[in-house]
Design a protein around this ligand. Structure first.
Ligand code: NAD
Ligand code: ZN
Length: 240
């Protein structure tokens, strides 16, 4: 099924998107109807939306938070643990997801470039809190330190993703880049694979439907991550 296998010296980056969590019951947005759980992205995932209607935005993320607490990692998340155990420091997991399922599955080094539903921060003093430590019953939760509004620690459209310096550093060394469950439409994440390819890395995509950046993939496997990943990873790692 593959004409190559990984070696211990490969430097592997895995980028995941909403698709890897679909089999855990968390909806993606682009395949269904272009909406995120029935909301237009502009209404819930932009700084302008929060300014205009913080109650609506908080309600949306509270729901996403409670949903993520109940969700369980699937075989796709779990298969990546095997890769991390084999490659150790040569493995980097970058996720666009905010649902915490990779760490629930046991992944250790995760770059959550779009933030996390588990966290929030004060728009005034910037203090970060674990969502489990704040009073979610308030329509707009307040900062325990300075009493100003808290906001979800989510990178909204128009904001700069986290850890781009670290990601840039990792992209300089990558020899194999694997993109999983992402439609390839959210930048800058969507261009990491092209950058890797330009530097000579092998590039692999696993997605239910062909993503927008499929032309940057040397190998494309169409299907569900939870069904494909366990056997693909076993095969790729058989010499490690
Ligand atoms: P997307 O919704 O744009 O695309 C999801 C992709 O996953 C699609 O290409 C689809 O074909 C594919 N897919 C669906 N089910 C799959 C499966 N079982 N296995 C493999 N692939 C499958 O997602 P995106 O590219 O990650 O962009 C969405 C943005 O919205 C991200 O920035 C993310 O932060 C946010 N978001 C996050 C979550 C989450 O944390 N779970 C959910 C929805 C949106
Ligand atoms: Zn504060």
């Amino acid at each position: 099924m593959n004409d190559f296998i990984f070696s211990k010296t490969d430097k592997i980056i895995v980028l995941t998107g909403a698709g890897i969590s679909a089999e855990s019951g968390i909806k993606t947005f682009r395949d269904s109807n272009g909406l995120w759980e029935n909301h237009r992205v502009e209404d819930v995932a932009t700084p302008q939306a929060f300014k205009k209607n913080p109650v609506l935005v908080w309600n949306f993320y509270k729901q996403r938070y409670y949903q993520s607490l109940k969700a369980q990692p699937n075989n796709g998340h779990k298969a990546l643990i095997e890769l991390e155990m084999k490659l150790q420091d040569n493995f980097t997991l970058i996720t666009q997801n905010v649902d915490n399922l990779h760490s629930k599955a046991g992944s250790k080094n995760i770059i959550e470039m779009h933030g996390s539903l588990n966290k929030c921060f004060c728009i005034k003093c910037q203090t970060r809190y674990s969502v489990s430590d704040i009073n979610l019953e308030r329509e707009i939760p307040l900062c325990p330190k300075c009493n100003n509004y808290l906001r979800p620690d989510i990178v909204w459209f128009g904001e700069i993703p986290y850890n781009l310096d670290l990601i840039e550093q990792k992209l300089k060394e990558v020899t194999i880049f694997i993109s999983i469950g992402t439609s390839g439409q959210v930048y800058p994440a969507a261009q990491f694979i092209a950058i890797s390819k330009l530097q000579g890395a092998k590039t692999i995509g696993i997605n239910l439907l062909p993503p927008q950046n499929k032309n940057t993939m040397d190998y494309f496997f169409q299907g569900k991550a939870g069904e494909l990943l366990p056997s693909l990873i076993k095969e790729w790692c058989k010499n490690i």
